[in-house]
Structures are given as C-alpha cells and as structure tokens.
Design a binder for this molecule. Sequence first.
Ligand SMILES: [Zn+2]
Length: 137
Amino acid sequence: MTLITLEQFGNNIKEMMKLCKGRKLLKRLNDSPMIYKIHATNEGYSHTNRALTDVYIDPNFHPIINTTAGDQLASTTRQLAHELGHLTGVKDTPDPGDRMDNVNTWENPIMEPIEGYDRTTYDTIIPMPGVTSTPDE
Ligand SMILES: [Zn+2]
C-alpha cells in the first residue's frame, strides 16, 4: 500500500508519528493493500469517501469540540487522526449510547498525549455566529 501524503500535511503526520497509537494507525494503513490518499480541500469540513480510501481535510476548518478541557478548536492533526481512523473501518457511533467508537479507538488515544485532552462528544460547532453542524462522516 501507499499512503500518499500531501506536503501540506507532512507536519501533522509527523506529529501523529511521535505517539505509539499514531504510529500504530499509520502502520496499519501502510500494511494494507489499499491505496489511500489525503486531499486538502476548502469544503469547510473534513470527511472520508464512502469507499474509505480517501480523506478530505480542510486545513482552515477548526470546529469547536467538547473536550475534557472545555471547548477547544479541533486541530488539523486531530481531524487527520479522526478521518484516518475511519479508514480502518471504525465508524462514528453517536447513537445509541454515545459509544464514540472512532473517537475512543483512534482520535483520543492519538491526540490526548499531544493536546492534553479528550474529545467528549461528537457535537461540533463551526465557529461562525448561528451556525451549528455535525460534519462528521
Ligand atoms: Zn467521523
């Protein structure tokens, strides 16, 4: 497999590689026969495609997320960890029971050592007055 990383996200990948869980995720994707691609977009949200081969990250998109340290802006590295986590087949599971499978399996274990807090809900608020959204896919 090939994980094609745009130069733009090289530093985010390097940040993820510092942590055991981040290395584990990237190794798993690297060991897969699939070809994955990371695209930079200006779509105003971050997501994967249905085939779970491509990740789309808007480097200017930083929604407010609920965390153990209060409201925080979601970093590009956090969104990358989240969306790359989806490529392993782990889904967002907000209902029932708020299991938050992808956040608990990949996003938080990768990002808590880097940023010092865990995401606690799937709710996000795009930091523009009056606009709320749950852009996760
Ligand atoms: Zn998601």
